[in-house]
Design a binder for this molecule. Sequence first.
Ligand SMILES: Nc1nc2c(c(=O)[nH]1)N[C@H]1C(S)=C(S)[C@@H](COP(=O)(O)OP(=O)(O)OC[C@H]3O[C@@H](n4cnc5c(=O)[nH]c(N)nc54)[C@H](O)[C@@H]3O)O[C@H]1N2
Ligand SMILES: Nc1nc2c(c(=O)[nH]1)N[C@H]1C(S)=C(S)[C@@H](COP(=O)(O)OP(=O)(O)OC[C@H]3O[C@@H](n4cnc5c(=O)[nH]c(N)nc54)[C@H](O)[C@@H]3O)O[C@H]1N2
Ligand code: SF4
Ligand SMILES: [Mo]
Length: 722
Amino acid sequence: METKRTRTVCTGCHQRCGAIVYSEENRIVRIEGDPNNPVSKGAFCGSGVTQRFIHEDKNRVTHPLKRIGKRGEGKWEQISWDEALDMLASNVKRIREAYGPESIIVSQGTSRTSNDWGQRLKSTIGNKGWSLSPLHVCLIPNIMPHALTLGAGQMQGADVAHAKTIVLWGISPIVMLSEVKEMLRNRDENGAKIIAIDPRFNDLAMEADLFLQVRPGTDGALALGLMHVIIEECLYDKEFIANWTYGFDELAQMVEEWTPEKTEEVTWVPAEKIVEAARMMGGEKPTTFYPMLGPGCMHSNAVQSGRALTCLVGLCGPVDVAGGFMFAPGPISNPELTLIPADWNFNAPEAKLIGSQKYPAFAAFGNSNVPYDTFDAVVTEEPWPIKMMVFVANDALNCYEAPQKVAEALTSPNLEFIAVKDFYLTPTAQLADLVLPSCDWSERDTIDEETFKGRLISSPRAVDPPGECWDDWKFYLEWGKRLDPELWPWDDEKDMVLWRIKTYHGLDLTWDEYVDKEYIDTPASLSGREFKKYEKGMLRPDGQPGFMTPSGRIEFYSTTMTAFGYEPLPVYHEPKESPYSQPETAKDFPLILTTGFRLYSFFHSAWTNVPGQRELYPYPFVVINPEDAAQAGIVEGDWTEISSPRGAIKAKAQVSLEVAPGVVALPRPGWRSSCDELNLPGYDWKDVCINNLIPGGGDTTDPSFATAPMRSTLCAIKKMEA
Ligand SMILES: Nc1nc2c(c(=O)[nH]1)N[C@H]1C(S)=C(S)[C@@H](COP(=O)(O)OP(=O)(O)OC[C@H]3O[C@@H](n4cnc5c(=O)[nH]c(N)nc54)[C@H](O)[C@@H]3O)O[C@H]1N2
Ligand SMILES: Nc1nc2c(c(=O)[nH]1)N[C@H]1C(S)=C(S)[C@@H](COP(=O)(O)OP(=O)(O)OC[C@H]3O[C@@H](n4cnc5c(=O)[nH]c(N)nc54)[C@H](O)[C@@H]3O)O[C@H]1N2
Ligand code: SF4
Ligand SMILES: [Mo]
């Protein structure tokens, strides 16, 4: 039998590792990492390897399904794509006519491969922007402070391969899989030092020279304390600060009170460790910072925490050098594709985004309806009715805060039509009127949009998809054609890929050329590798030296912040729900809860059905310190109930020194699917979804960004009766 070898890209997570897939008669027989892939250089994980199972999984939805019983009853009829697309298009036309396009919400989870096409589809309907997405908690609360302070929206600019000091700040090892090897080589060969800052002693902390076990939600204070020491001990580059930054004196004055002792009180990090960390960051340069969700994305003080952290990046300098914080090529704004004019004002009332007046920073940077307020709008029909929701790659019941509200919305008679496009009959799909089948990475002929904007790495399909599974690109194309064929002139996904390459990078390729060239450098990817771009006028559209901020400098003091209702300096605010801000609530819920840390084998709520992945984490679990466990009479493996003022869930106890006394950590997945091969059950979202514990809306969020406090609230834990 002939074995086919296909070099492509795994999009199983945001790492986008190069893959080599071997197949025989449309069955995947082996998958390896691609050693020539310039980004991943051969790195590959177990999750990517299980694509072989996913391709053949009998539980996948492989044809469009139409609901025939009551909503949620589980009775489906197989229909054709033609009929499915007619249903979608006719509902759009009817609802748009009766209520306006703002009554139609198209939701997407984290970026898969088709963000821009999704935006074009929304523009075709008559809405601009993301419509709905968990952007209020996923990276955008950190990208905003980066943009305002450093003038670069990119977070992943940490050059861990060349830095002398590496600060891993609330980041998971899986998220830097392709860089970990280089980082450890840098440590072992060049003596680079690693500082890890996390409430959990995670696998990166194990590699670190210094671990700061921060109290959840207090990273902003920690950054202020670190800046206090760096300024007091003059561990900064005076010339760089004088020439390239704005508001240093105001910042210095503000951090004066943040002595190591005061910072210890707030953050629980010992004062001497704060001093040691500051001396490493300010002393052994270049220092590079790699922050992810931990510090500034899921707290009621998210944006100001992120601001403090980015001020620290600017203060430590040098930036945009090997081993420092590198400025990556900015996102290419692409109105031609998304059909969103470059000067579109997402805050204007006529932009019709729910929550844009209450949360102006989120509308401006998230370009989306506010999730909780949108689900609430379905129920209340305020500020306007929502009649149709389409979820593409988004298991809403497992994704957003307060899923009780999501469920209320999805079961409300106000919603006239719900469609879900996924691989499986997820909890959200089970409530839909129409379910649409999808392709995973080995089965599609598209290009990943995350890497597209830099270097092009072609990603042809290795195998044909099962049944009538369609990739999201094809889905948007065919849905779009039915709404306005002039806006969707392409023949198929391949045609779309080639058009994009030509439009954005000026390269005129055939499909075979695109596939054969494998890794293609583009002008954007080449310019990204230049150093000190700010000196050369490469960061600003006006071509002037400087950063992309109003002053052209790194802004410690940001007047743009005041326009969104924040202080211009990175002031620390205690999390809205903590033992200090809510001592009354803490009497019943004394433990600090951080939720959603990533596991190697699951991407959000997906893959608990896959034996190779489920084997590693068979049950929902909660990490609790031995002291707290002992106090509650809990031992390793006990089923426990974790409760908050919002609700309760269950999980098995993992008693571990990984978290400090007083802190409890719950991982991200919802264990929604059973794994028949391992005889392990799936769980109802009502019983195990971590977001049942998280508040939604009201005054619980970051004030201008609507960020839900998924990583700093209060909870209680007790052993469950057998
Ligand atoms: N395998 C896998 N990979 C994924 C994902 C997945 O679900 N599975 N999800 C993808 C997505 S969408 C995203 S956004 C990224 C997220 O990527 P990361 O942010 O890197 O991953 P997390 O594990 O969510 O969070 C990182 C760390 O933050 C810590 N943390 C929790 N609370 C705090 C805090 O208050 N302060 C600090 N300093 N740290 C804190 C957690 O303990 C954790 O170790 O991962 C992406 N990659
Ligand atoms: N409490 C708490 N909640 C969190 C987080 C947390 O840390 N704590 N993390 C938040 C973050 S950062 C994010 S980004 C969100 C993510 O949330 P989501 O992106 O909504 O993740 P999932 O719940 O896994 O739902 C995604 C669904 O898409 C399907 N899918 C995967 N790939 C594709 C594809 O290519 N096409 C289609 N059509 N379907 C696909 C999967 O089977 C899955 O059912 O969760 C957020 N929720
Ligand atoms: S799932 Fe694994 S192999 Fe695939 S992109 Fe992510 S880290 Fe790489
Ligand atoms: Mo995310």
